[in-house]
Design a protein around this ligand. Structure first.
Ligand SMILES: [Zn+2]
Ligand SMILES: [Zn+2]
Length: 422
C-alpha cells in the first residue's frame, strides 16, 4: 500500500540516526487507534503502557483483551507483520526551536520522515483479517495522524488507492479473533474490564480548517518569521508542510484562546492547563497540579493543592497533550489545510477539575468557525498572506453537533462515516 506523507512522521529519538522509518512507532499508534475504536463499541482494551496490561493472570488462566490478541503481549504473538519502506529525513542535526511571540522556551521540533512510503501487511495467523489494521489506519489518515508526537503536528498521511473497508467487516474480524473455540485452542481467555479513563473514539473530536495563501506565506507565521532563513525550516517547507503548531498552540494555551477553557476558578486553571495541553513538569497524579520537593523527605514530593506529601509513584513525569494540531499542508494550488483533533475524556478528573468538556468543545468549534465570542486571530498567527480561513468540517460523536449526519446516534454508523472521507 502506497502512502504519501503529508506532514513528517516522527520516528523517535532513537531512530534519528537511522536512515529508515521503523515500523514500531507506526504499529504503536495503530494500536492506540484500534484501542479507541474497540472501546467505542464497548470492547475492553487494556492500556499496554500501564501496570494493568495483559495478561491478567488468575490461577492457571491467562486473560487477554481484544487489542492484545491482535497486537500481541507477553505470551501471545502479534497476528501480523508490518513492513515499512521508503521515506527520508526532513533534515539532519538538532531540533528546531520555534518561539512564537511571548514565549521564552518555545517548541522543539525534530526532524521526521517525509516522502512516499510503502506499507506491507503480512498475516501471521490464519484468523487475521486485514481490516483489523486497515480500519484504524484509514481513520487515522482521514482525521488524525500516525506515529508519535501528533500533538506537535507530525504524522498526517494520505493512503493512495485507499481500499474500501466496511465497519461490519472489522466487527466480524474482531469476533473471529475473540472466538471462544480459537481462544480455547490457544489456552487463553478473553479479558473483560473497565475502559474508564482510557481513549475512546466516542470522546474524540476532529476538525479540519482550510485557508487560502499566497506563495511564501509561511515566512510570516508567528515564531517562524524570525528564523525564515534557517536551513532546517527551509528543508521542512521544501518537504511540503508548514509547522504552524507553535503559533496555534501558543494562542490556545497562553493567548486569547485561554478564554475557551479557563474557568472562573484560578486554582483549577493551572491543573486544567496541564491536563489539556500536557506538560513535562512533575505533577501530582491525583489533581494534576505541580508538585514541589518535600523538604522533610527529599526523595518524595509535596502537592500544595492536595496539601499532602506525594510519593514518587504518585507523580507523572510528563503527560501528553489531549489536543493535537497538525502542520499545514496543501490540498490544491494556494489552498491549505490543517487539523485540530483530540481526545477530551468525560472522566472523573475532568469532573473534579470542574472542566466543562461540552462548553470547551462548543467554544472551540465556534472560535474556528468565526461565530463565537472568541475567534482565532488568523492573520496574526498565520500571517497576513493567508485569508478566507474556515472550519471545513467538525466531527464529534454527539448527534446534534455532527455535521455530516446530524441524526446519527449509532456508533457503527458514525465509525463508518469516518471511513468515508467527506
Ligand atoms: Zn490487553
Ligand atoms: Zn495534588
Amino acid at each position: 500500500m502506497e502512502v504519501e506523507i503529508k506532514t513528517p512522521i516522527w520516528t523517535g529519538d532513537v531512530d534519528q540516526k537511522s536512515e529508515f522509518l521503523q515500523s514500531t512507532g507506526i504499529v504503536g499508534s495503530l494500536r492506540w487507534w484500534t484501542e479507541a475504536i474497540l472501546r467505542s463499541i464497548d470492547k475492553y482494551a487494556c492500556d499496554p503502557t500501564g501496570d494493568g496490561r495483559c495478561p491478567d493472570e488468575k490461577g492457571n488462566e491467562k486473560y487477554y483483551c481484544s487489542a492484545c490478541l491482535i497486537f500481541g503481549a507477553t505470551g501471545i504473538r502479534r497476528m501480523f507483520k508490518l513492513d515499512v519502506n521508503g521515506g527520508k529525513h526532513v533534515f539532519t542535526g538538532s531540533a528546531l526551536n520555534i518561539k512564537p511571540s511571548g514565549r521564552n522556551k518555545g517548541w522543539y521540533l525534530g526532524s521526521g520522515v517525509v516522502g512516499k512510503i510503502n506499507l506491507k501487511i503480512t498475516s501471521l495467523d490464519r484468523d487475521f483479517d486485514e481490516s483489523l489494521i486497515l480500519l484504524p489506519l484509514i481513520i487515522a489518515s482521514n482525521w488524525g495522524g500516525i506515529g508519535a508526537k501528533t500533538q506537535h503536528g507530525y504524522g498526517v498521511i494520505k493512503i493512495e488507492d485507499c481500499p474500501r473497508i466496511d465497519f461490519t467487516s472489522f466487527r466480524e474480524a474482531i469476533e473471529k479473533v475473540t472466538n471462544q473455540e480459537r481462544l480455547s485452542k490457544l489456552r487463553i481467555k478473553l479479558r473483560y474490564g473497565s475502559n474508564n479513563e482510557l481513549p475512546d473514539l466516542r470522546e474524540m473530536f476532529f476538525a479540519k480548517i482550510q485557508f487560502e495563501a499566497e506563495n511564501g506565506w509561511w515566512r510570516n507565521v508567528d515564531g517562524i518569521a524570525s528564523r525564515s532563513n534557517d536551513p532546517r525550516i527551509l528543508a521542512w517547507i521544501d518537504s511540503g508542510s508548514v509547522p504552524i503548531v507553535p503559533a496555534v498552540k501558543n494562542w490556545l494555551r497562553y493567548g486569547g484562546g485561554t478564554k475557551l477553557w479557563k474557568t472562573t476558578n484560578q486554582n483549577q486553571n493551572e491543573r486544567i492547563e496541564n491536563w489539556l495541553f500536557g506538560t513535562t513538569e512533575k505533577i501530582c497524579s491525583s489533581c494534576y497540579g505541580r508538585v514541589r520537593k518535600n523538604k522533610s523527605d527529599p526523595r518524595n514530593f509535596w502537592c500544595p493543592n492536595c496539601n499532602r506529601p506525594i510519593r514518587r509513584e504518585e507523580t507523572f513525569e510528563r503527560i501528553a497533550s489531549k489536543i493535537n494540531v497538525s502542520c499545514a499542508y496543501p490540498v490544491s494550488d494556494n489552498l491549505w489545510e490543517f487539523r485540530i483533533w483530540g481526545w477530551i475524556p468525560k472522566n472523573k478528573l475532568s469532573e473534579e477539575l470542574k472542566f466543562n468538556r461540552e462548553d470547551f468543545l462548543t467554544n472551540l468549534k465556534q472560535a474556528l468557525s468565526g461565530s463565537g465570542h472568541v475567534t482565532f486571530p488568523w492573520s496574526r498567527l498565520l500571517g497576513d498572506q493567508t485569508k478566507n480561513h474556515k472550519l471545513r468540517v467538525w466531527r464529534e460523536f454527539k448527534p446534534s453537533e455532527d455535521a455530516i449526519k446530524p441524526s446519527e446516534n449509532n456508533v457503527d454508523n458514525y465509525v463508518q462515516s469516518l471511513l468515508e472521507e467527506e
